[in-house]
Write a protein that binds this ligand. Structure first.
Ligand code: GLU
Length: 552
């Protein structure tokens, strides 16, 4: 009876019961095996790539099983909140192909039957559950001050005991409710703790869908469930929210694994069914020969904004993350080069248990592959969207003549073995600059790359001869024949075998002659197909460049 009084005193305005909410939020009607997962970030404003990694797993699990993927905002730590963070989260998730079926849809909006989806708006729900626990003597107000808790902690450490508020050290655990009522009426400050039923000699054993079987000592700590500000701790909010929102699979960072005994105990005390858990390995990188967690402070690539700024198409990042999620994705991709990644089935039991190794070199390779399969129009659209934001000069250049730009992006593309020139948009400029006079003529003679074993004088000699033979209106066969003629005239071999047999008889191969032409037109030795470049540049520009080259 007096527990009841205590509960009434603490929560006088809470008239709903846990049964009310359990009745209100009925199980969703979904097909057998459909998973309900969520992304549950705190709105701190920083989008970590690890968050995209773990939410991609959640999103895939839900959608590949025709389930539900929802967004919940965990804003019970209001000190850390940043305005605009929710919109930013939504935008980021959308960019990486993740849209929510339910939950928060904007800074102040939401959809779905299981809300509110923002924890700060669920205070009364949590209180109804805590009130009930207090009534049943399963939770209690604790009046220990911060100093008292510190002293206790120091004493426990000195005596080599497990630190914390538990058992005999939990000063108010067994306080008579009448005493507690007196203290509250006297204005003493308090928080609410769970009266842990744990036994330190027993173990909590459970199966994690990524880590396999995990075993911990039972939780004996009287953990805080409601803080001084009246809001729940993560532990309590997680248990209530994931129960009422019908989450079937909780995918979250492995930093929460150690708290699992607390969570499972809370579910038991509350009489609620626990979801399945999948603890995601942390995103790691190799640094100086050893692995470490990707750091927000040290590693620019930990921020999602990094990929956008560098110009990695979001689908490249997604494909790369799928590679880390399941290493089998790589083989699947090789066997199904054109298939949409949504067709790949993510499997939790195939995830690496130890850590998700992040590697920008690998990302770059994956991205080259992804971009090489895009159409010229797609490349043009994505590149110009990127340039508009990050390289205005390039944006102006490529938009001035859209047709021309699409043609240049089309070189060696949409063929069986497309060229893998670009891994990210920020490196496109260096690969296409020579198509634009504005950039090409900015170069000085130091920028000019000459073919191997050829000096500028020889390159000029070739261009002088070739300029006379050059005919714009030819197909690539005739074009090459013309080039060969010039080569022979200048003492170059056209037949590799003959050249190999008597190299001293020749100045080089016809490929060196082509190399000189390439250099004169692009200042680079490695470019896409030369004939096509010349066709795109057009006769006037080609001749102009030959002349300029001769005057270098
Ligand atoms: N808000 C928690 C975090 O950001 C969510 C953990 C979870 O997914 O349960 O770490």
């Amino acid at each position: 009876m007096s527990f009841e009084k205590l509960a009434e005193l603490i929560f006088p305005n809470i008239d709903k019961t846990p049964e009310y909410y359990l009745e209100k939020f009925k199980k969703r009607e979904l097909k057998e095996g459909a998973k309900v997962t969520r992304y549950a970030p705190s709105p701190t404003g920083f989008q970590h790539i690890g968050g995209v990694f773990s939410s991609l797993v959640s999103e895939r699990l839900a959608h590949q099983s025709e389930g539900v993927f929802y967004l919940r905002i965990e804003d019970t730590d209001q000190k850390r909140e940043v305005s605009g963070a929710i919109d930013d989260t939504l935008k980021t998730m959308h960019t990486f192909g993740m849209d929510f079926d339910e939950g928060i849809t904007g800074e102040t909006t939401e959809k779905g039957e299981y809300g509110p989806y923002k924890q700060s708006e669920r205070a009364d729900i949590y209180r109804a559950f805590v009130k009930d626990l207090i009534k049943k003597g399963l939770a209690y107000p604790c009046f220990m001050t911060a100093e008292e808790l510190n002293e206790l902690r120091e004493k426990q450490i000195a005596e080599k005991l497990t630190p914390g508020c538990y058992g005999e050290f939990a000063k108010y655990r067994d306080l008579n409710p009448a005493e507690a009522i007196k203290k509250i009426e006297a204005g003493d400050e308090y928080i609410i703790r769970l009266k842990s039923p744990g036994d330190e000699n027993k173990r909590t054993v459970t199966k994690d869908l990524v880590k396999g079987e995990v075993s911990f000592p039972e939780n004996i700590q009287d953990v805080v469930i409601i803080k001084g500000d009246g809001l729940p701790t993560y532990h309590f909010a997680h248990v209530i929210d994931d129960s009422l929102m019908g989450t079937t699979h909780v995918t979250r960072g492995e930093e929460w694994l150690a708290s699992l005994p607390i969570h499972l105990q809370l579910f038991r005390v509350l009489g609620l069914k626990a979801p399945k858990y999948a603890h995601m390995p942390s995103v790691m990188k190799v640094d100086g020969g050893s692995k470490r967690k990707l750091s927000k402070r040290k590693d620019p690539e930990s921020a999602v904004s990094y990929y956008r700024e560098q110009g990695y198409p979001s689908v490249s990042v997604i494909e790369y993350l799928l590679n880390i999620i399941n290493s089998a994705f790589e083989d699947w991709r090789a066997a199904n080069p054109k298939t949409d990644y949504h067709e790949y089935k993510v499997e939790l039991n195939k995830m690496s248990k130890s850590g998700a190794l992040f590697d920008l070199v690998k990302l770059h390779d994956v991205s080259k592959d992804v971009i090489s399969k895009m159409s010229a129009v797609e490349v043009y659209d994505l590149y110009s969207a990127w340039a508009k934001e990050y390289d205005e000069d390039m944006f102006k250049l490529i938009s001035a003549d859209e047709e021309f730009s699409k043609n240049l992006f089309n070189i060696d593309r949409e063929i069986a073995k497309p060229r893998k020139d670009f891994g990210k948009w920020s490196e496109v400029k260096e690969k296409i600059f020579f198509f634009f006079d504005e950039l090409f003529y900015e170069e000085t003679v130091e920028n000019v790359e000459l073919p191997k074993n050829m000096d500028l004088a020889e390159a000029k000699r070739i261009i002088e001869a070739y300029a006379k033979a050059y005919d714009f209106n030819t197909d690539n066969i005739k074009w090459f024949d013309d080039l060969k003629e010039v080569a022979v005239e200048l003492g170059y071999a056209t037949d590799r075998k003959k050249f190999k047999a008597n190299p001293e008889e020749f100045k080089g191969m016809v490929s060196d002659v082509a190399g000189a032409v390439r250099t004169a037109l692009t200042h680079r030795t490695n470019t896409p197909d030369l004939y096509t470049i010349m066709q795109i540049l057009g006769e006037k520009k080609v001749r102009e460049r030959f002349n300029k080259f001769l005057s270098l």
